[in-house]
Design a protein. Structure first.
Length: 428
């Protein structure tokens, strides 16, 4: 029998803390690998187009799995078991990179990891919303995003420290030959060590999700049909999703930001130093993400949420413009990655908070899954298009595309209808 989640007016309860710790560990695992993945891609001879395809394809797989997992949770009334499986897939997937000699195996590992993220995300978000009363959704989701991002800060920082350690003691870069004889002397060996070490936080995230989080029981709805659940979404929510989807087509993968910093700074300061600095810049982005997430969520009840979210989208357009006109200046990239951290905190927190303003609990899993699917389709398009334009006609063309489409998405979000479900001190 499933234990019932503690749902009280105290928003920072055991479930919220459990979700926060799980996400911290999982993002530690994910971002530790992500911080060095662009450099590893270069080390094995792959292009920016290959990186864009990897990220876009993985996002697409994740997006469709979100919709299916969310619907399944609504239909069966059981969300936790699939969530644990999702965290397990993510936790083990990064270690696959250690055995890659060409980009297709990276595609496999990235796809498995994002499949896990796709399975767990809508179910976790629905359980998170169930764990507090509605007036505390902004605080709960803001705290969760902050905890998640704390892992995103710790992961790249750990990668940076390991790269520095390896640079000082080159022998550390060699994997034990009796355990991995076929990897000895392989290109990007120093990165392979980092990929294997991601198993530690990855496994711990599965343990914390399994034993710390309690699910609120829901009666199964075996009569629920997939298309029926999708059609049940209010028209106001569909208009909201249209704006999300258009903006998502501009929101390219952050690995392309890392690659941009590396390639622009490299000629002046050297490739190794640029690689290390790019990892630190990505860490800065995540520190800002961490600091901004909770206050952005906590203040959200004071404003119409679509217009409030549009402010975050506008900040993203500023960040995209910075990468478009990037110069070989550390300060320039500090500003760009800072704006990137603010906008991703705004986007990730507020898109999730807004969902339960439009739908009730009976179709919440499907609604969160639909949000993830729309985002995933947009991410698939943006990463592939920006990567392809970068490789074929130059990086500025890719970022110019992101600026233009991002502006369109921002305008549409300003015009999106406000919430139709009100609560607490919200719209009267």
């Amino acid at each position: 029998m499933r234990q019932q989640a503690p749902i009280t007016r105290k928003w920072l309860n055991r479930n919220i803390l459990g979700f926060g710790l799980t996400s911290f560990l999982s993002d530690f695992c994910h971002e530790m690998a992500t911080a060095v993945l662009p450099q590893f891609i270069q080390a094995i001879g792959a292009s920016a187009a290959a990186l864009g395809f990897i990220e876009g394809f993985a996002d697409a797989v994740s997006s469709f799995s979100k919709l299916g997992a969310g619907y399944w949770g609504d239909k069966t009334g059981n969300r936790k078991n699939l969530t644990v499986i999702g965290y397990a897939l993510t936790g083990f997937s990064k270690a696959v990179f250690a055995f890659a000699f060409a980009w297709p195996l990276i595609l496999v590992g990235r796809t498995v990891g994002w499949l896990g993220r796709g399975i767990r995300s809508p179910l976790r978000d629905a359980m998170l919303a169930d764990s507090v009363t509605k007036e505390y959704h902004g605080k709960a989701f803001g705290f969760h995003r902050a905890s998640d991002t704390a892992g995103a800060v710790a992961g790249p920082l750990a990668a940076f420290l390991l790269l520095s350690l390896i640079a000082r003691h080159s022998g550390i870069a060699q994997l034990p030959e009796h355990l991995f004889p076929f990897l000895s002397g392989a290109a990007g060996e120093k990165f392979r060590v980092i990929f294997l070490l991601t198993l530690v936080p990855g496994i711990l995230s599965v343990v914390t999700m399994a034993f710390l989080v309690k699910e609120k029981p829901h009666p199964p709805n075996h009569g629920l049909r997939f298309m029926g659940a999708v059609r049940a979404m209010p028209k106001e929510y569909r208009k909201f999703l249209l704006a999300v989807g258009i903006f998502g087509m501009a929101d390219f993968a952050p690995t392309l930001m890392i690659l941009r910093a590396t390639t622009v700074l490299g000629p002046n300061i050297g490739l190794l130093k640029a690689m290390k600095l790019a990892a630190l810049l990505y860490t800065l982005r995540n520190v800002v993400y961490l600091a901004a997430s909770y206050p952005i969520g906590a203040l959200s009840h004071r404003f119409p949420r679509p217009r409030y979210l549009a402010v975050g989208y506008a900040i993203a357009v500023v960040a995209f413009t910075g990468f478009l006109f990037a110069i070989s200046s550390i300060f320039w990239f500090v500003v760009c990655f800072t704006f990137a951290g603010i906008f991703i905190a705004w986007e990730d927190t507020m898109e999730r908070v807004a969902v339960r303003d439009y739908v009730d609990d009976s179709i919440a899993g499907t609604a969160f899954g639909l949000l993830g699917t729309i985002n995933g389709i947009g991410d698939f398009a943006s990463s592939i298009i920006v990567g392809a334009l970068w490789t074929t006609v130059g990086p500025k063309w890719g970022f110019a595309y992101a600026v233009i489409v991002g502006l369109v998405g921002t305008v549409l979000m300003v015009q999106a209808p406000s919430a139709i479900i009100t609560h607490g001190n919200r719209e009267k």
